[in-house]
Each structure stands twice: as structure tokens, then as C-alpha cells.
Design a binder for this molecule. Structure first.
Ligand code: HEC
Length: 176
């Protein structure tokens, strides 16, 4: 009897499973690896994930003037949005000024952030070359690279940000 009941229960589950499958609304489309790649844009501090492309501050100057100045100021001084330049040496004072130049530990974060989020009114609209160039311009406004330094997947991770050493890993054992 037990066996028969167990068989009956198994059949019931099978039938219920078929009913559930038949009742799915068939919404959406399967996600392809190419779809995922378009959104999988995270870049590690060591540069893993940086795409091909290149740009210098000289090239980024015009892009910045057209697409960033309105919110971040002509020289990154801010207003109405965040200040992007200056503040180096101010972090330990009573009036710390946190900017890309004074606070951010990794230059690669600038590429990642600008590519995914800026300009605020048109995110993900810049080409990779434009993101390299405008990132170079912001770094040059902070005095961290020269006008002609070419940023690409190899050179960008090598830039040492002024505040890099003030960040430390609290739980190094958790790193894999
Ligand atoms: C329409 C306004 C607007 C435009 C245009 C714009 N930004 Fe921004 N930006 C913002 C705002 C607002 C924030 C803060 C967002 C937040 O904190 O969530 C921000 C944040 C940033 C930050 C991070 C600052 C920090 O220290 O946290 C960077 C870097 C940046 N923008 C770069 C750019 C660049 C480069 C461009 C041009 C390609 C650009 N932005 C265009 C409004 C704008």
C-alpha cells in the first residue's frame, strides 16, 4: 500500500509540475551572454575589466566642456553637482574636501563610474575612447597626469592616487 501511495504522490507532483509549467505567462526573452556582457561593466582596482580604447586629457577637454561643465564646473570646482578637483591635503583637517583627486583610492574607479553613470542626464552614452579621454581630463585637472598622457587598459591602473595609502583592508583574510 505504501508503495502505491508513494507512486500516487509522485504522479501528483508530476502532474502539478506540468500544470505549473503550462501556466507560466511566457513573459520576457532568454538572456544571452551578449546581453549580460553589455551590463557586466565592473572594473577592478587592478584594471581587470577595462575595455580596449584610449584617450588623453587633451582629447577629453572638449568632451568635458560639452558634457560635464554644466554640472561640475569649468575646472571641476563643482556646483551644482559634486566637486571633482582639489582638496588634496584637506582630509585630515576640520574642513575635508573629498574629490576624485583628494579622496578616491583608485583611478580605475573613475573610468567605471563615468562609463556607467555620467553624464547624469545620459548615462552609458559615451564611447570607451571618450570615457578614457574625459577620465584623463579629470585626472589632469587634479594635477595627477599630464595633458598628453594616454590612458588605456594598461596605463590607467598604474596611476597612483594621492589618498591610496589611507585605505586599508580591514579583513584581509576574506580576500579570495
Ligand atoms: C546633469 C548633471 C550632471 C552632468 C551633465 C554630469 N554629472 Fe557627474 N555627477 C552629477 C551628480 C548629481 C553627481 C553625484 C551623483 C551621486 O552622488 O549619486 C555626479 C557625480 C560625478 C562623479 C563622482 C564624484 C564623487 O566624488 O563622488 C564624477 C567623477 C562625475 N560625476 C563625473 C562626470 C563627468 C566626467 C561628466 C561628463 C562626462 C559628468 N559627471 C556629467 C551630475 C552630473
Amino acid at each position: 500500500m505504501f508503495t502505491r501511495n508513494a507512486l500516487g504522490a509522485a504522479l501528483l507532483v508530476l502532474v502539478a509540475g506540468q500544470v505549473i509549467a503550462a501556466e507560466t505567462p511566457h513573459l520576457g526573452t532568454p538572456v544571452t551572454p551578449a546581453d549580460i556582457a553589455a551590463w557586466d561593466t565592473s572594473i577592478s582596482p587592478d584594471g581587470t575589466g577595462l575595455p580596449p580604447g584610449k584617450g588623453s586629457a587633451a582629447q577629453g577637454k572638449e568632451i568635458y566642456a560639452l558634457k560635464c561643465t554644466g554640472c561640475h564646473g569649468v575646472a571641476g570646482e563643482g556646483k551644482p553637482a559634486d566637486r571633482l578637483t582639489g582638496g588634496q591635503g584637506s582630509l585630515a583637517t576640520d574642513a575635508p574636501i573629498k574629490t576624485v583627486g583628494s579622496y578616491w583610492p583608485y583611478a580605475t574607479t573613475l573610468f567605471d563610474y563615468v562609463r556607467r553613470a555620467m553624464p547624469l542626464n545620459e548615462p552609458m552614452s559615451l564611447t570607451n575612447d571618450e570615457v578614457y579621454a574625459v577620465s584623463a581630463y579629470v585626472l589632469s585637472l587634479n594635477g595627477l597626469i599630464g595633458e598628453k598622457t594616454e590612458l588605456n587598459a594598461k596605463t590607467l591602473p598604474k596611476i597612483k592616487m594621492p589618498n591610496h595609502d589611507s585605505f586599508f583592508i580591514v579583513y584581509p583574510g576574506n580576500l579570495k
